[in-house]
Ligand binder design. Sequence first.
Ligand code: HAM
Length: 431
Amino acid sequence: MASSSIKAVRGTRDLLPPETDLWNRVEATARAVFARYGFGEIRTPLFEETSLFARGVGEETDIVSKEMYTWEDRARAASEKAQSLTLRPENTAGVVRAYIEHKLGDTGNLQKLFYIGPMFRRERPQRGRYRQFWQIGAEVIGPPTSGAESAVRDAEVLEMLASLLDELGITGWTLSVNSVGSSTDRPRYVAALREALAPIKDQLSPDNQRRAETNPLRVLDSKEETDQALIDGLPKIADFLDAESTEHFRQVLAALDACGVPYTVNPRLVRGLDYYTRTTFEFSHSVGLGSQNALLGGGRYDGLSEMLGGPRAPGIGFAIGEDRLILTLQAQAKAASATKKLDAFIAPMGVERNAAALALAKDLRRAGLSVEVGDGGFRLKKSFEAADKVARRIVILGEDEVASEVYTVKEFATATQTKVPKAELVEALQA
Ligand code: HAM
């Protein structure tokens, strides 16, 4: 009996040529841009001790509470201890661990580090969301004396991202920014949120009822349609920022204005990881990603080093979802090639219609349309395939059409088929 074939695990996938050429081009461009801004590469292990993520990313986050690939690693020798290990769901915690472990702060300098590699989250797979996915990320971190806390760093990172996306040819991205305040602002805000959520909790969807209990900040970035009006009415973090955080955010926005980086302030952007303080941001794109439209996300994490037992080391960084970036580039290329297609492909049905097809093509071309002519020797299916490759529409020229001078026109993008009299054909094909 033949055994069934083994497939890639759900939520993972193979990347094959020629698509891998595009991945390499994206990564080469990212490396070149990072070099111009003074970033060097860091490579951290694909797995870490589970407690790194529990402490860094936060026990109550979706990532740690339900999405991590964690296992109990057996001891192989008496000198070893069994330990809980986890495939990295993200890399900021790993980079900060490495920063602490290698005492990178002792140089007194700002560390600018970038990474490119796979991350692992047990999420529900869909377009743009995988269980093994790739991130291109960068972190700027240093001792307080290095200026790591300055708003200049935030704006520089955001301006670099805008330049990178532009250089990659991503058009139409949008940047949302927010400030989630200092580690003392956040608890005050969370307390206010809890208070505001308590009387309306029963009206929320079951997911948000749970979040209202466990992690009220998560209610803010819920996409649950029916909860939106209630969420819009909740207190805003901006009203809970202390004077320094307010001033920091003002400086970030002023620097973005000076660099000409367009943004919108989204007071609900709190992001799904616990380490964030002050600036948070997301770049989104509407083409090719469906509901998973966050191309990249990031923010400041001024307390993360201390949470991991290290010295004070403010930082800011981001991670681009490389899979999503590639999907966006592919969707854009497809849209661009569609607009480059000819206005029409004329398909004669039978070689006796070849001359009529050529005569019709002549009239249409003289009217300024771009037209290709098929061959009457083609079967209908082959005509359709040939037409779809080069033109936006097919005009079918059979015996009836030649006699009646009413043509059948099919528009590929919308899959609509219409009958168009000769007198109206130029106008129909110009649309
Ligand atoms: P994150 O928002 O969890 O942030 O992930 C960053 C980006 O990774 C997302 O915007 C998305 O494009 C991509 N991504 C996340 N999950 C998936 C998935 N399952 N499939 C495909 N793409 C995905 C972080 O990871 C932070 N470490 C970013 C950061 C760096 N903050 C400061 N420094």
